[in-house]
Design a protein around this ligand. Structure first.
Ligand code: ADP
Length: 275
């Protein structure tokens, strides 16, 4: 089973905000060396999954293991192996170097190594020598600085929450190339989310499809290659759905009953076409 080599294992994770259950029993496994793509429309629960992984939010139920942790103490220690990008909030009046110096101290990177480490990560994201305050940065530059911050200290596991959000095609391609480099050259296990399947189609090796607080399916790159031939959907109005699908050039082969949504299908289709 995959569990043996899983670097992250989430089992039946539930998260409630008041009465609202935003995660309804998420089970997923990420293996060492994976580039794992977490796909789902906005509001599906991707960020909540990340927050729970990072310990920024507490699960209401279920279990989580990171690099084989068995206890809460080990879980807390092993979380230090994770670098993350969950938004790009920096001190606007500070330069990239000053911002990263702050985060390097938070991460307890030894003082003597901080300068070299900051230079290393800024070089990787092509921001070397940029001395202006972050408030004058373009969105693309902010995203890159966010990624530099995430890889500060060369973490074993890297979490990137929608790192391509709002980027132009060149920016998206740059992020994709960086992810491959982190994985291949630095040996990082990468978990990256997007609401557009097509953006991750050529980046990730495995995917978790999140919908309404559940990982409805985990698939591999190989499964994805056959996706047009094997999509299962469940709808309220079957006749109307068939009409719409057939009008869009999709052949309906057989009717089944399973919990998934037409919207899911829609996003897969749109994402696939954009790639
Ligand atoms: P995604 O990252 O896939 O867009 P999120 O994990 O951000 O989705 O959100 C999942 C659901 O949880 C959404 O319905 C969102 O409104 C809700 N949610 C997220 N954070 C909170 C919070 N702090 N309080 C209440 N509801 C929240």
């Amino acid at each position: 089973m995959e569990t043996a080599q899983a670097i992250i294992q989430m089992n039946h994770i539930v998260k409630k905000y008041g009465r609202q259950e935003v995660l309804k029993g998420v089970t997923l496994s990420v293996n060492k060396g994976d580039i794992y793509g977490l796909i789902g429309k906005n509001g599906a629960g991707k960020t909540t999954i990340f927050k729970i992984l990072l310990g920024l939010s507490h699960a209401s139920g279920g279990s989580l293991s990171i690099t084989g942790s068995q206890t809460t103490k080990e879980l807390r220690e092993n979380r230090r192996k994770i670098g993350f990008f969950v938004g790009n909030s920096f001190y606007p009046y500070l330069t990239p170097q000053e911002n990263l110096r702050y985060y390097a101290m938070v991460k307890k990177i030894p003082r003597k190594q901080i300068k070299d480490e900051i230079n290393r990560v800024l070089e990787i994201v092509s921001l070397s020598g940029v001395k202006k305050p972050v408030k004058s940065f373009s969105l693309g530059m902010k995203q890159r600085l966010g990624i530099a911050n995430a890889i500060l200290g060369n973490p074993e596991i890297l979490i990137l929450d929608e790192p391509t959000n709002g980027l132009d095609p060149q920016g998206i391609a740059d992020v994709r190339a960086m992810i491959h480099r982190f994985n291949e050259e630095f040996g990082m296990t990468v978990i990256v989310s997007s609401h557009i399947l097509g953006e991750l189609e050529h980046t990730a090796d495995r995917f978790g499809i999140v919908n309404e607080g559940i990982v409805v399916r985990e698939i591999t790159q190989d499964d994805l290659k056959n996706k047009e031939q094997a999509i299962e959907i469940a709808v309220d109005d079957l006749e109307r759905a068939k009409e719409l699908l057939e009008a869009g050039g999709v052949k309906v082969l057989r009717e089944i009953e399973e919990k998934s949504t037409l919207e899911d299908f829609y996003f897969r289709l749109i994402g696939g076409e954009e790639a």
